[in-house]
Design a protein around this ligand. Structure first.
Ligand SMILES: C[S@@+](CC[C@H](N)C(=O)[O-])C[C@H]1O[C@@H](n2cnc3c(N)ncnc32)[C@H](O)[C@@H]1O
Length: 220
């Protein structure tokens, strides 16, 4: 189960660290999460079309959105969601729909998006099961959920291990059980899950919603 997840809501924490976030996050990507981030971006790149409605949930400072826009995706079909005003303020130059909200209660109708991305945010919420249920709910039948998160894999070396300790010390997230996230998504009944292999304490998952719609059954 998700026993190590933060017990408290971290939106305030991210409000305070917004001005330094990109610097810390670049370090995390360089030493630990870069492969998982590259895999997530490659998945989205492979799946996206000009008509794709995309939600980036827990968008932070808009790193993923900026990358996709630089590669030609129209921001007009993009929705960015985050609970932190300060993080959202750093996205103000991105001409996409911006919504203040939480993963655990997404303010969107069922099956609204073709692609839902969630990078490094699932591990920051107190109730990841509820967040997964909500993320699944807003994916349209035939659409996909792409996740990158800090996972409970062994560290690869000193830098990777130190990054993990720094993240735990700052209290900005935890390391989720990879198996439990997969199990939770598969148990929802409507998703076929693929894990993208990478090394280090991070994981990338692609969960494709089957075409036939029903009710997701993730227990919260
Ligand atoms: C580690 S950052 C990741 C940001 C971005 N996705 C990226 O790749 O750089 C975690 C983000 O999750 C947001 N967050 C914290 N609690 C959240 C919640 N309950 N629902 C949605 N996002 C949340 C934080 O405000 C922060 O922007």
């Amino acid at each position: 189960m998700f026993t190590q997840t933060p017990a408290r809501d971290l939106a305030d924490h991210y409000d305070r660290m917004a001005s330094n976030y990109d610097k810390f996050h670049r370090r995390w990507l360089r030493h630990a999460g870069g492969e998982a981030q590259a895999a997530l971006e490659a998945l989205v790149r492979a799946l996206i079309t000009t008509d794709t409605d995309l939600l980036d949930a827990g968008c932070g400072t808009g790193t993923l959105a900026r990358t996709l826009i630089a590669e030609g995706m129209s921001p007009a079909k993009m929705t960015l969601l985050d609970p932190s005003d300060a993080m959202l303020a750093r996205c103000s130059d991105i001409p996409a729909v911006q919504v203040k909200g939480r993963l655990e209660s997404l303010p969107f109708e069922d099956a609204k998006f073709d692609i839902v991305t969630c990078a490094w945010a699932l591990e920051t919420v107190p109730h990841p099961n509820l967040a997964l249920k909500e993320l699944c709910r807003v994916v349209r039948p035939g659409g996909v959920l792409c996740l990158a998160f800090c996972a409970n894999f062994p560290a690869r070396g000193l830098a990777d291990g130190l990054m993990r300790q720094a993240l735990l010390w700052r209290g900005s997230g935890q390391f989720l059980s990879h198996g439990h996230v997969i199990h939770t998504l598969e148990n929802a009944g409507e998703f076929v899950v693929r894990s993208v292999p990478s090394t280090g304490p991070a994981a990338t998952l692609l969960a494709k919603r089957k075409e036939k719609i029903g009710t997701t059954s993730i227990a919260v």
